[in-house]
Design a protein around this ligand. Structure first.
Ligand SMILES: Cc1ncc(COP(=O)(O)O)c(C=O)c1O
Length: 331
């Protein structure tokens, strides 16, 4: 099988499993798990924030992150294709009482002015005030797009005077940093809260980290516990996270190169490939996915006419060759 459905399908490598097996552990609800504590400090430092909290999933990181900067009855503004409003089961409304409002962007590219002009003020009897703007980098449904730094800078600079917070869904911020050369700390300083995932391209089996100010992270710990995300001897998972940061960040460049090569060989303009995703548009998605599966290549349907192929740790050059061999004749 060549599994190109997602970079979440990666399995822990032998080295990662060894690190997990050797992990020293403690009860993390008592803040006594040394590897969780050091992972939180490490990730907070990487993004230039005061503190961080380890959470089971990117969804929990995003939703708590947004709740920290938006109160019930206020709104989070974001892109119509953002993960936080598309794939998180309406959690902002269902769990936290947050309103969400979206703008339809051009291809998922962040346009600061487009968002800014939609912001609704506090103190007006008629309006739901915009407390936060959510940004996704890389943008999943936009095919792994890296957001333009100038737009992130513009939005953040504006948000300081406006009193609007910025939440970053940085599930694949590592891919953005490797592809663009922009340091993680730069992306970090352009957000008030950021959720980053260890379980996507970095290959850990589970785990995300939410970074923010120390006060906000103290509050995030309450929310995590309330949601049932208080975990115990999870140093075994934090060990996987440390291992991923040690060994699997720089190598994302290989995934990006493979994605470009896959695109080129399937007739897709490689310039449309920013990171580790290839989007095939204008295809009969269900039939293509079914036929490819029959020959051992798994791909993801985004819509009836769009499929998505992701490269990752568990797909090597031979896997790309096999995918091309199967998909090219079907296309
Ligand atoms: C952009 C983005 N944000 C958040 C998530 C949520 O992560 P999780 O599946 O760990 O909840 C994902 C998952 O793929 C994602 O692609």
């Amino acid at each position: 099988m060549v599994d190109l459905r997602s970079d979440t399908v990666t399995k822990p490598t032998a080295g990662m499993r060894a690190a997990m097996a050797d992990a020293e552990v403690g009860d993390d609800v008592y803040s006594e798990d040394p590897l969780v504590n050091s992972l939180e400090e490490r990730v907070a430092d990487l993004f230039g924030h005061e503190a961080a909290v380890f959470v089971p999933s990117g969804t929990m990181g995003n939703q708590i992150g947004m709740r920290l900067v938006c109160q019930p009855g206020q709104e989070v503004l974001g892109d119509a294709e953002a993960h936080v409003v598309t794939y998180e089961m309406g959690a902002a409304a269902a769990i936290f009482g947050l309103s969400t409002r979206t703008v339809v962007s051009t291809g998922g590219v962040l346009d600061a002015d487009q968002l800014i002009e939609q912001v609704r003020p506090f103190g007006n009897w008629h309006l739901t005030p915009t407390a936060a703007i959510a940004v996704e980098n890389t943008h999943n449904r936009a095919g792994g797009l890296v957001q333009p730094l100038a737009q992130l800078e513009k939005l953040y600079a504006w948000s300081r005077d406006a009193g609007v917070a910025v939440h970053l869904d940085g599930a694949r911020i590592w891919n953005a940093a490797v592809a663009s050369g922009v340091p993680l700390s730069t992306y970090g300083r352009l957000a008030d809260t950021a959720s980053v995932c260890l379980s996507k391209g970095l290959g850990a089996p589970i785990g995300s980290v939410l970074v923010a100010s120390a006060d906000r992270i103290a509050e995030a710990r309450l929310w995590r516990k309330r949601l049932g995300g208080g975990m115990r001897q999870v140093g075994v998972l934090a060990a996987a996270g440390h291992y991923a940061l040690d060994h699997h960040v720089d190598r994302l460049a290989e995934d990006h190169a493979r994605a470009r090569s896959l695109a080129q060989r399937l007739g897709v303009d490689p310039a449309t490939v920013h990171t580790n995703m290839v989007v095939l548009d204008g295809v009969a998605a269900p039939m293509l996915a079914e036929a490819a599966k029959g020959q051992g290549v798994l791909i993801s349907q985004v819509s009836a006419t769009k499929v998505r192929l992701l490269t990752h740790l568990d797909v090597d050059d031979a896997g790309i060759d096999r995918a091309v061999e199967v998909l090219a004749p079907l296309l």
